[in-house]
Design a protein around this ligand. Sequence first.
Ligand code: NI
Ligand code: MN
Length: 226
Amino acid sequence: MIIEYYGHASFVVELSGKRILFDPFFTGNPLNEGIEPSSIKCDLILLTHGHGDHVADAESIAKANNCKIISNYEVSNWFGAKGCEVHPVNHGGTVDLGYCKAKYVNAIHTSSMPDGSYGGNPGGFVVWGDGQCFYFAGDTALTMDMKLIPMTCPKVDVAILPIGDNFTMGYEDAAIAAQFVECDQVVGCHYDTFGYIKIDKDKARQAFEAKGKTLHLLDIGGSMTI
Ligand code: NI
Ligand code: MN
């Protein structure tokens, strides 16, 4: 799979030849230097929760690409009312898209829409297809529920975890999360974007190394193949 990083928690993961966009936040991201949401090509959009730093550009990209949004029931309804094609899920549910399966799993966080309306409960996704599997945690604290992932999903090849602390777990808890999901390769997100979540990247890498894990910190606009 190919993992493309677009800053904060915005990623495109290419799996089974399809491009899956997560939590698009281009407009308003202070670290985004010139990547236009209109340049993003994708086949599917997955949204972990309703906060603006995760859904800012979902409507425009969904309409431009004529693609579906999958998120929790409340976030899905909010985008459905804007004319987007949506597929609502809730915790524990798996969607079979043919080319991959996506399971909506627990996260400990909050969720409200940019207009203040109710955004349901936040989650993360485990996605697998073509013999590979990844976990996109979304905004979350470390939670024992992560231990359910290796019990209920294929082996996770790579985990995309928040490491910025303050609004989510920090890198030390994220390294434990990598142990809970039994995954050695981690891509960090949700750090440095705002003052509250600025981190020491060397210390973050060391926290993972100490547990025999590798933390990958991609440049915005950069990618890795795994
Ligand atoms: Ni959030
Ligand atoms: Mn966030």
